[in-house]
Design a protein around this ligand. Sequence first.
Ligand SMILES: Cc1cc2nc3c(=O)[nH]c(=O)nc-3n(C[C@H](O)[C@H](O)[C@H](O)COP(=O)(O)OP(=O)(O)OC[C@H]3O[C@@H](n4cnc5c(N)ncnc54)[C@H](O)[C@@H]3O)c2cc1C
Length: 313
Amino acid sequence: MDEKQHHDVIIIGAGAAGLSAGLVLTRARADVLLIDAGQPRNAPAEHMHGFVSRDGMPPLDFLAAGRAEIASYGGRFLAASVVAIERSADASFGVTFADGTAQTCRAILVATGLVDELPDIRGVAERWGTLVHHCPYCHGHEVREQKIAVIGGPQREMSLKQAGLIRRYSDSVTLITNGIDLTPAELIRLTAFGVAVEHGFVSGLTGAPGSLDAIELTDGSAVTSDAAFIAPRQAPRDALLRSLGCQTDPATGLVGADGSGQTSVPGVWAAGNVVTPTAQVITAAGAGSATAIVINGWLLQQDLDAASVARPQ
Ligand SMILES: Cc1cc2nc3c(=O)[nH]c(=O)nc-3n(C[C@H](O)[C@H](O)[C@H](O)COP(=O)(O)OP(=O)(O)OC[C@H]3O[C@@H](n4cnc5c(N)ncnc54)[C@H](O)[C@@H]3O)c2cc1C
């Protein structure tokens, strides 16, 4: 257990966003505690792509490198799940962990990411991140020239975009509609672009563990596939932000944060997938960095105010 109980900043979530903020803040000599529950979103993937200079690095190696850098500047880590945040009368925050213990801080950064709600299709969960993907930019290049199925889902526009984007990587792309009703224009555009369209519902994925042979349909047919793409619902882990009263954006339903990560509640910032589900690792890290600089400026203003009040006139 960390022996110091009060900190300048508590960062909840030590993924790309939280770690990047932690690095900036510890280098700025802030007292920072990073708390993480050990469930980074991309953990199922063997390799991380699209982060310049880190392309192909295993996601857990990336996180370990970030932790080591922060620790070298004095940042501290706690393996725990935060269950509540409360504002104290003196405007500091109390952060409570699942084991009932608590610590306090002047500023909060919530970088808790999101949960991909996988469809209840047999064979998807165990292949998620290795043979079943969602992001062409992350793993499209790795499955180039393979037989690729795009399984339609609740995020209709994302499924259609996947089918088009994936076609650039392979001459063998099949969109299995799985509940999506294509307009005649959409059907013409996709098929003209070389995407095969199967109208039907998926019953399961087949293949030995660690491999994929085919996508089975409820009518008994099958689409031979080496890899699949799906578009799961994405649920931001924003319960802590909502419990603090952070306002949501009426257009998106997401907790709102401005370009510097500031929420509607003073002293509370948010960065990464928790407020920006589309953020990649590099953009989540960038948001964490930008937010950290603003938090540090805010801490400075507090310190200047306190110093001037304390100074004898
Ligand atoms: C399978 C897969 C592969 C991907 N591959 C790539 C890729 O190749 N390249 C790319 O750019 N992007 C990729 N992504 C997207 C990438 O995962 C996200 O962009 C990135 O993880 C966002 O970082 P984050 O810091 O916002 O969230 P996360 O990395 O998810 O970190 C959030 C952290 O907060 C912690 N946490 C949550 N709630 C609490 C709590 N209450 N208390 C304490 N800790 C908490 C979690 O345990 C987690 O460690 C992939 C996504 C998936 C699903």
